[in-house]
Design a protein around this ligand. Structure first.
Ligand code: CA
Length: 319
């Protein structure tokens, strides 16, 4: 089997999604086979335009399949206040719509897997609506992918008294997330905010990207301002978490994940917000209430953030 991972990327192309495409394109062991668009960080149309813009910048010729514009139920929460209204920090990029690939995202996800059984990896970086729609067509879809890696969820329950974290991808479409976490699968990997929120691109790394001046690094910092404006409210510093890039990193190099737990994941409600949790407490015990059975998800619980961040910067600053 080839060591190159052939990847289908499902993305609501905001800033960290764009960074992920830059990272994947720079990794010699990754090939982006197709990209599907979904609402979330921005409207779906903007996500499609952003995919087109980034792939053109990278000189990649990959089909872009248009996906869902809203969740299975209710209205989307578009994160314009995080990623800019256009998803790329409102820098005025010329972003024509990509050519029509002639097939909706959900159908493309099914067809690609059936044509290449066990050969492709699916990397989901947005709300899980396209994946849920594809599961309606083919309930065994995930068994046809080599792996499904998603950025989303909150890991196990946190230690009592600590802060609860919510991720936008699950919260945007809880019904879709529930379908995903209960579907049959080979390997389903959850890279949640429990590990992505602590994988930080700090000032010195941002300075290194700025100084390198490669096409990839130049674009990566051009789109950073609105993201930095948002995250400075969290930590009082102009630094960002590498949410989506970390999921791509773990897909390519599982060694970036230093600990994981295998078990059922449920979508739980906490007031108006939905989270996906491994049905285990921080101590590894089951929660004190009944939960739905689900096939085991590989839930990442610890990562080598320093090694991943160094790799991310190295890839983006490579000439
Ligand atoms: Ca995303």
């Amino acid at each position: 089997m080839s060591t190159t991972r052939r990847i289908v990327v499902d993305t609501d192309t905001g800033i960290d999604d764009a960074h992920t495409l830059l990272y994947l394109a720079g990794r010699p062991d990754a090939e982006i086979v197709a990209v599907t668009s979904v609402y979330g960080n921005c409207e779906e149309e903007d996500a499609a335009r952003n995919i087109g813009y980034v792939t053109r910048l990278l000189g990649l010729d990959v089909p872009v399949f248009r996906g869902a514009g809203k969740p299975l139920e209710g209205a989307p929460h578009i994160a314009g206040y995080v990623h800019g209204l256009d998803g790329l920090g409102d820098r005025g990029f010329d972003r024509p719509e990509p050519p029509d690939a002639g097939e909706p995202a959900a159908e493309a996800l099914v067809r690609l897997a059936r044509e290449n059984p066990g050969e492709l990896d699916l990397l989901a970086l947005g709300p899980l609506t396209n994946l849920a729609l594809a599961l309606r067509i083919d309930p065994d879809l995930f068994t046809r992918y080599r792996s499904v890696v998603l950025m989303g969820g909150s890991g196990p329950y946190p230690p009592p008294g600590t802060h609860l974290t919510v991720d936008a991808n699950v919260n945007n479409d809880p019904a879709a997330a529930r379908a995903v976490f209960s579907a049959p699968r080979g390997e389903l990997v959850m890279v949640g905010v429990n590990v992505t929120s602590v994988t930080l691109l700090k000032e010195h790394a941002i300075a290194a990207l700025r100084a390198a001046g490669t096409p990839r690094s130049r674009f990566a910092v051009q789109i950073l301002d609105s993201y930095l404006d948002f995250y400075q409210q969290h930590w009082g510093r102009r630094i960002i978490p590498l949410h989506d890039p970390l999921a791509a990193g773990i897909l390519l190099d599982p060694g970036f994940a230093t600990e994981y737990a295998l078990g059922p994941v449920n979508v739980v409600w906490h007031g108006p917000q939905a989270r996906a949790h491994l049905m285990r407490t921080a101590d590894g015990l089951p929660p004190a209430f009944p939960y739905e059975p689900a096939p085991p998800t590989k839930v990442i619980t610890a990562v080598d953030s320093a090694r991943f961040v160094a790799d991310f910067v190295e890839v983006l600053t490579r000439p």
